[in-house]
Design a binder for this molecule. Structure first.
Ligand SMILES: *Cc1c(COP(=O)(O)O)cnc(C)c1O
Length: 366
């Protein structure tokens, strides 16, 4: 019998998401923290896993209360904003948090809006949840056109508005007054606003977090992750702080049973207890970022001002050729963003030096 798996019609021929995972000398393409976890953190994680291992015959704490409490404490320490444990949600990466948000607040007949260029996963969450998706162009300086956003919200009545700050792939932050103005328009039309702050810890001094708006905007959710600043992309832990605890109640309805393993919860709690050590790495990455951005500017490139651990730079007639030259030299960066631009993640000082050398060499060839 000939058999064709009855894949959903809208998924036939669709390729799965994924940046190349290549074994090269400098992997600067997916915005990971390049530093292995410090020994003290590895040790604490190992002890935490050993402590929960005998109990793995039981399902984990479904509500992950201890972890959510630790995340609330961390947000207070990092941003000076105190939220209750009933306002915090956690899942396997902020991708899963976002999936939960689409499951609970999107769906057939509903619309999510975002502002391009931005994170390439958003349309996939929309597709998976049968949510309509519309994206509007950012201005040339990568900010969102606030007046346009407000009128789109009033006219099209989305249920979800996605703002990414610092944005991927541009690295740029949205001014908090813009976030507030867009979120106020969303509040008037009954929409949720999600500020994706995956890169928040890398923001420059004086740049506020949208967490500061939680007290004034009941429709606001701020998502964060341990994948970037915390150097824990492999552990899969993302989280969100919602202004209204009823948002967390709704996410609880759509999550799969026991979605966060006891191992994940234990490892994340252990890492949060060492936030200070990990924040020292973040400080080094921020200064490497600023130095690399300055070097690129001096070389005559256009550079988007970055509050993240990556830099968008350009502009190239043939960016693919340049990307390939760098890869041939063992430096993997990302071909993404507006036409003619490339994105490089900030690596260790040694990796950044490799990138600078490879780029200077490649420029002589294109
Ligand atoms: C990396 C990234 C995330 C984080 O994804 P995880 O699932 O937490 O690893 C979320 N949003 C944006 C914009 C990102 O670039």
């Amino acid at each position: 019998m000939d058999f064709t798996p009855p894949v959903r019609a809208d998924l036939v021929g669709v390729a799965s998401y994924g940046a190349p995972q290549l074994d090269v000398a400098a992997r600067l393409n997916v915005n990971e923290n390049p530093f292995p976890l410090p020994d003290a953190v590895v040790h604490a994680m190992s002890e935490a896993v050993a402590a929960v291992a005998p109990g793995l015959n039981r399902y984990p704490d479904r509500e992950a209360v201890a972890l959510r409490q630790a995340l609330a404490d961390y947000l207070d320490q990092e941003s000076g904003v105190r939220v209750g444990v009933d306002q915090v949600w956690a899942a396997n990466g902020s991708n899963e948090v976002m999936h939960h948000l689409f499951l609970a607040f999107g769906g057939p007949g509903r619309l999510a809006v975002s502002f391009d260029p931005t994170y390439s996963m958003y349309p996939e969450y929309a597709r998976d949840t049968f949510t309509e998706y519309a994206s509007f162009a950012r201005r040339p300086d990568h900010t969102v056109d606030v007046a346009q956003a407000r009128s789109v919200i009033a006219e099209r009545r989305p249920s979800l508005v996605l703002l990414t700050s610092p944005n991927n792939p541009t690295g740029t932050s949205l001014p908090i007054v813009h976030v507030r103005s867009i979120a106020e328009a969303a509040l008037e039309s009954g929409a949720m606003v999600i500020v994706d702050e995956a890169y928040a810890e890398f923001r420059r001094a004086g740049v506020p977090s949208a967490l500061e708006l939680l007290g004034e905007l009941p429709n606001l959710v701020v998502t964060r992750t341990m994948s970037k600043a915390f150097a824990m992309a492999g552990a899969r832990l993302g989280y969100a702080a919602a202004a209204d605890p009823r948002v967390v109640e709704a996410l609880r309805v759509v999550r799969l049973p026991y979605h966060l393993s006891a191992v994940t919860q234990a490892v994340a709690i252990a890492a949060l207890a060492h936030a200070g050590v990990l924040q020292a790495q973040v400080a080094l990455l921020r200064s490497e970022r600023d130095a690399l951005a300055e070097w690129l500017r001096q070389k005559g490139f256009s550079v988007a001002p970055s509050d993240a651990n990556f830099i968008l730079f350009g502009q190239f007639d043939d960016r693919h050729a340049l990307w390939q030259h760098l890869l041939d030299d063992g430096v993997l960066i990302r071909e993404t963003g507006p036409a003619g631009w490339l994105r490089v993640s900030v690596g260790t000082p040694a990796e950044n030096a490799m990138f600078r050398d490879a780029l200077a060499k490649a420029m002589a060839r294109v």
